[in-house]
Design a protein around this ligand. Structure first.
Ligand code: PLP
Length: 444
């Protein structure tokens, strides 16, 4: 690490306000400056190598130096660096990508809308749900149910959907019309003597009760991640989704699957909706769609969602919504290449097989005195540590120990998350788990 007044660290402290960082503490702690990447590894400005056990932010599926993605971006930059999709305009990459995504969708979908981040996608989903309810002559149907511990982004509407206190505190959120129901975490929410199956039934009953209290005809949609990520990697009970969908169907409430983390292989299938038999009306994706080499997000809608929106925009004269960079040609070209590579190299299968191996290794630590629970599916998992005196303190310490030993993970309070790139090998999982085990022993 360089030092001195002109070092990168000093200039970062001087000028850069960081996301998800204690802004006051950063003035003392400073940044870890990452300079380059190679496969699942990144290197800091002192030349130290780290295994990226989080694939960046659950996102760099193909690892940190995939030349084909760089070439796809370069080719597109040279051919057409920018064009938009306002006023009936389009371009080849976005057309090809829209067709490709519809062709691999887990359920029949009608149209795709492109955005630039998961937050923007979910924000747009909220707006379109309201637009659709108005189009249907049901202006009272504006409420959206999400879940405690769910994560859907940080814009005003998407942060409201997010069910984590720190995304609301002092931001004057959530906005009206957003409701939260319980998280499907048997480990922390299950009652004494309750089976996992009974717990799943209780989750569905609580959703039903909320819908009844609010009035079924006031609810536009239920939004959820198939597997919760930022809330602590929460894998639902086996029958959870079947029971939740039965409630939604009974009341004709739309289902939005937020697959921003799960899509493109993470759970061992191309979409987590396939893993869990989820039939969404809207499916949101981002992150691994380009392996995060370019900011791009999108959501697919089915005909039930599209039709009223089309009619309303015809009545008004325009769909009054759009981002300058929606469906950016460079992002679309990178996404197409990224999906082609995932298919060619059968990385979804790698996520299932190497993922099962990772889960075995995590489960083997479930008996460790500091571990409360090991959980996960495919290439996403977590170890829940026994909390120390202050919740999150032990997780933060474990994080620091692992980073010093060359593994970057992330603690969500005391849950240590593991979400390596889709290209990861068994040997690299062994290397990661070696550091995890050593770090737990140091913590003890
Ligand atoms: N939805 C989910 C499930 C996410 O995990 C995230 C980000 O982690 C988002 C939405 C928000 O995405 P972004 O950070 O790109 O705005």
């Amino acid at each position: 690490m360089a030092s001195g007044m002109n070092s990168q660290e000093a200039r970062d402290i001087a000028y850069h306000l960081h996301s998800y960082t204690n802004a006051a503490r950063h003035l003392e702690v400073g940044p870890l400056v990452i300079e380059r990447g190679e496969g699942p590894y990144v290197f800091d400005n002192g030349g130290n190598r780290y295994f990226e056990a989080m694939a960046g932010l659950w996102s760099v599926g193909l690892g940190f130096n995939e030349q084909r993605l760089v070439d796809a971006a370069t080719r597109q930059m040279k051919a057409l660096p920018f064009y938009h999709s306002f006023s009936h305009k389009s371009h080849g990459p976005v057309i090809d990508l829209a067709e490709k995504l519809i062709s691999i969708a887990p359920v029949p979908m009608s149209k795709i809308y492109f955005t630039n981040s998961g937050s923007e996608a979910n924000d747009t989903v909220v707006k379109l749900l309201w637009y659709r309810s108005n189009a249907l002559g049901q202006p009272q149907r504006k409420k959206i149910i999400s879940r405690l511990r769910g994560y859907h982004g940080v814009t005003v509407a998407s942060a409201s959907l997010t069910g984590l206190p720190n995304n609301h505190r002092s931001f004057d959120l959530p906005i009206a019309n957003v409701l939260h129901t319980m998280a499907p975490h048997f480990g922390s929410e299950g009652k004494e003597g309750e089976s996992e199956e009974e717990f799943a039934t209780r989750c569905a009953e609580e959703l039903e009760a909320l819908i009844q209290r609010e009035g079924p005809d006031t609810i536009a949609a239920f939004i959820a991640e198939p597997v919760m990520g930022a809330g602590g990697v929460i894998v639902p009970p086996r029958t959870y989704w079947e029971k939740i969908q039965a409630v939604l169907k009974r009341h004709d409430i739309l289902l939005v699957a937020d697959e921003v983390i799960c899509a493109f292989g993470r759970t061992g299938k191309m979409f987590a909706c396939e893993t869990y038999g989820i039939e969404p009306d809207i499916l949101v994706m981002s992150k691994q769609i380009t392996s995060s080499y370019f900011p791009l997000s999108a959501f697919m809608i089915n005909e039930r969602v599209f039709e009223p929106i089309a009619q309303e925009s015809d009545r008004i004269g325009v769909l009054g919504h759009g981002f300058t960079a929606s469906g950016h040609p460079v992002g679309a070209a990178v996404a197409l290449e990224n999906i082609a590579i995932i298919e060619e190299r059968d990385l979804v299968r790698n996520a299932a097989e190497t993922g099962a191996y990772m889960q075995d290794r995590l489960n083997a630590l479930a008996g460790h005195p500091l571990v409360v629970e090991a959980r996960g599916i495919g290439l996403i998992g977590a170890l829940e540590l026994k909390p120390g005196e202050i919740p999150g303190q032990r997780g933060a310490l474990m994080n620091r120990i692992m980073q010093d030993k060359g593994v970057i993970s992330r603690n969500m309070t005391d849950a240590m998350a593991f979400c390596p790139p889709l290209i990861v090998s068994r040997a690299q999982i062994d290397e990661m788990m070696g550091v995890v085990t050593e770090s737990l022993d140091i913590l003890q």
